[in-house]
Design a binder for this molecule. Structure first.
Ligand code: MN
Length: 144
């Protein structure tokens, strides 16, 4: 009995450790993607990547991630257009979107919110605060 209880405890804690959530990163810069993936995988998130807006929307549709990290400066279709497109889809409308942008221009935050983003992180990414900022926007069940 005691042994079985122990085994169940180990199994469930291991499951929690490896099932923290699926995060889709829509980012065209390989170095930024590498850093973001490294930080998130270390925190036991499952990371999926798309290099442009079109494939980002396609991946979001099939994957239904728990959160989307959205670069604003993307080729062809910028992040604002991607966010508006995702918000028009009823199946994806509730997924939190956190914009990531290197634009330090005033009005950017408002523009991302108007496009349907829930949060905003400025580049360069600070590895010490990045996960906490993202977790503010994750559903409660996924928080530690
Ligand atoms: Mn970019």
């Amino acid at each position: 009995m005691g042994f079985r209880k122990h085994v169940q405890f180990v199994t469930s804690s291991r499951k929690e450790r490896y099932m923290k959530g699926k995060i889709l990163v829509i980012e065209d810069n390989e170095q930024n993607l590498y850093l973001v993936r490294y930080i998130l995988e270390k925190e036991n998130y499952e990371v999926f990547a798309a290099p442009d807006g079109k494939s980002g929307i396609e991946t979001a549709t099939s994957l239904k991630p728990d959160l989307i990290l959205l670069d604003i400066q993307l080729p062809v279709m910028d992040g604002y257009a991607v966010a508006r497109n995702l918000r028009r889809n009823p199946d994806l409308a509730d997924i939190p979107i956190v914009a990531v942008t290197s634009h330090a221009m005033s009005g950017d935050r408002e523009k991302t919110m108007e496009a349907g983003c829930n949060g905003y992180i400025e580049k360069p990414i600070d590895p010490d605060t990045f996960v906490a900022k993202i977790e503010q926007h994750l559903p409660v069940k996924l928080k530690r």
